[in-house]
Design a protein around this ligand. Structure first.
Ligand SMILES: Nc1nc(=O)c2c([nH]1)NC[C@@H]1CN(c3ccc(C(=O)N[C@@H](CCC(=O)O)C(=O)O)cc3)CN21
Ligand SMILES: CC(C)C(=O)C(=O)O
Ligand SMILES: [Mg+2]
Length: 355
């Protein structure tokens, strides 16, 4: 007990578990999966008896869907973005393979590996306590066979502490892989329409479902993925009518990106919606369906330039930002000792510097 009293982290852990009996069976499972969030005490923990924030679970999502309430989803790739997404009350946090483009600077999502994804998942899970955590299985992690798919998906829950995974595509082999992953006990969000991991065969980030034939195929794919056990479906870059058709034909939630308003929820990439992609390299991949809710890139740029100017002019750091003091007596002693030791330049510098 003495140890518990001394350690803030252990105290937080203890309070977390003390709160879990009230939670649902699924909720308790998710709590065990990621008990380590270290948000400021004022945000989450105000004492051992404070209720922990209610986690978004599969059950929460189903309830929202049944009630016709839109589901909100945003990507995040690291601890600070996860804290923001959590605090904003977003339902689902996607650790997207778009990290390859947005954070690592690649031109496609293809290069990111399972190990790299897991590093991002772990950082995100330390910052996000409330949202449902969804990890994107990256290119190469599940196409080879259902066994590989299960192995990758299990790592996302076991090591990445995700609540579920997302898998692109709906070919026969993909649907079989999805079914195997669900059977292994991992919830899966399917993903149809534009599937960026198929850029090599699609030839670009092109909108899909723009012919009747293609639209019918996408509806059939959606039904097959539902049949395979997906808890939800992501619809990317589709005409609004096609997304509406898919949504009405299945009875699991659809989350749209560039798919119009007639879906069960929406997702956007964190950096896109914050307007952080002003760099020319990023500008070319900021999709036109994205609304920028802020110009955070401009704010960052202004701050960095102001800092550069202040350092250049000597305005920073002023006394206000030079907080460390040395007592007068120590200073006298230091000057004296420096002179005695032959460090005359140092002694002069000390004498000339006011705090
Ligand atoms: N920053 C970012 N935001 C995203 O939404 C996103 C990513 N990255 N990376 C992964 C995928 C790729 N996405 C994209 C990227 C570009 C377009 C886009 O500009 N499409 C053009 C057509 C381009 C072409 O024909 O080659 C369009 O007109 O919609 C769409 C979706 C969505 N995803
Ligand atoms: C664009 C979204 C849906 C995604 O898959 C990602 O961010 O990787
Ligand atoms: Mg993705």
């Amino acid at each position: 007990m003495a140890l518990l009293k001394q350690s803030r982290l252990l105290r937080q852990l203890a309070s977390l578990y003390a709160c879990s009996p009230g939670a649902t069976a699924t909720g308790a499972l998710f709590q065990q999966a990621r008990p380590y969030s270290i948000l400021p005490d004022t945000t989450v923990y105000t004492g051992p008896t404070a209720p922990s924030p209610k986690r978004v679970t599969l059950r929460t999502l189903r309830q929202k869907y049944k009630n016709g309430e839109p589901i909100t989803m945003v990507t995040a790739y690291d601890y600070p973005s996860a804290v923001h997404v959590d605090t904003a009350g977003i339902d689902i946090l996607l650790v997207g393979d778009s990290v390859a483009m947005v954070v690592h600077g690649h031109d496609t999502t293809l290069p990111v590996t399972v190990d790299e994804m897991l590093l991002h998942c772990k950082a995100v899970s330390r910052g996000a306590r409330r949202p449902f955590l969804l990890g994107d299985l990256p290119f190469g992690a599940y196409e080879t066979c259902p066994e590989d798919a299960v192995r990758s998906a299990v790592r996302f829950l076991k090591e990445g502490t995700m609540d579920a995974v997302k898998m692109e595509g709906a070919s026969k082999a993909r649907v079989a892989a999805v079914a195997a992953v669900v059977d292994a006990g991992v919830a899966v969000m399917g993903h149809v329409g534009l599937t960026p991991q198929a850029i090599s065969v699609l030839g670009g980030f092109k909108p899909q479902g723009q012919t009747a034939r293609q639209a019918i195929r996408i509806i059939r794919e959606a039904k097959a993925l539902q049949e395979a056990g997906c808890f939800a479906l992501l619809l990317e870059c589709l005409p609004a009518q096609v997304a509406a058709a898919v949504t009405s034909e299945i009875d699991i939630p659809t989350i749209g990106i560039g798919a119009g308003p007639h879906v069960s929820g929406q997702v956007l990439v964190y950096h896109d919606l914050l307007g952080m992609m002003s760099h020319p390299h990023h500008a070319k991949v900021t999709p036109k369906f994205c609304r920028q809710y802020a110009q955070v890139g401009a704010v960052i740029q202004d701050a960095l330039q102001a800092y550069r100017d202040d350092v250049g002019s000597g305005a920073f750091p002023s006394t206000q930002f030079s907080p460390y003091k040395i007592p007068e007596a120590e200073l006298d002693s230091l000057t004296k000792q420096l002179q005695e030791s032959g460090f005359s330049k140092a002694a002069d510098a000390v004498a000339e510097t006011d705090s």
